[in-house]
Design a protein around this ligand. Structure first.
Ligand SMILES: [Zn+2]
Length: 175
């Protein structure tokens, strides 16, 4: 593990003990996963408050090891264990990668239900207005949906009937 490297270059003046506390909350289980023993969110992902912000534990783990996650990217699990925070089991992907991965693993039904059904139209409109102000994981955690669901709302992939992107009827109109 690269703990030494991280401690040496600890960013943002964070205390060393924060990282120690983080890694103290994992349990190495048979099969090689390091399961998060702290709080989890309603999707079963580990959750931790760091510097006053709620973050997913596997994203924290990834950032501890690799530095900030590029905007719009997701940290996906190769092991399919949402509580796992072992960096070697994590990979950086896009929403598309992640949903294809879930389909491949036969988990798509659950994922689709999680990320869509719970939002009301009013919430979707509010989420849309957060575009550019907050990151998708931040907004997702506030509304209890995945960052992917937020990105899809922002891109207008979902909830098209709300016409969030405005009336751009000229674009597809035939003349
Ligand atoms: Zn794992």
């Amino acid at each position: 593990m690269g703990f030494g490297r991280f401690f040496a270059s600890s960013v943002g003046g964070g205390k060393m003990s924060d990282e120690k506390k983080f890694w103290a909350k994992i349990k190495k289980i048979p099969g090689g996963c390091w399961e998060w023993q702290g709080q989890t969110n309603e999707h079963g992902y580990g959750r931790e408050t760091t510097k006053g912000k709620n973050k997913q534990a596997h994203r924290i783990a990834y950032e501890l090891e690799n530095g900030p996650i590029p905007n719009g990217m997701l940290v996906c699990h190769s092991c399919d264990n949402r509580k796992c925070v072992r960096v070697s089991h994590l990979w950086l992907g896009t929403c598309k990668d992640n949903s294809e991965d879930m389909v491949n693993k036969g988990r798509s039904g659950k994922g689709a239900r999680n990320s869509r059904a719970k939002l009301t139209e009013a919430q979707v409109r509010r989420i849309f207005r957060e575009k550019g102000k907050q990151t998708s994981p931040q907004v997702g955690s506030q509304y209890g949906v995945s960052p992917c669901a937020v990105l899809k709302i922002w891109k207008g992939v979902r909830w098209q009937h709300l016409k969030l992107l405005g009336n751009v009827s000229g674009v597809s109109g035939r003349s």
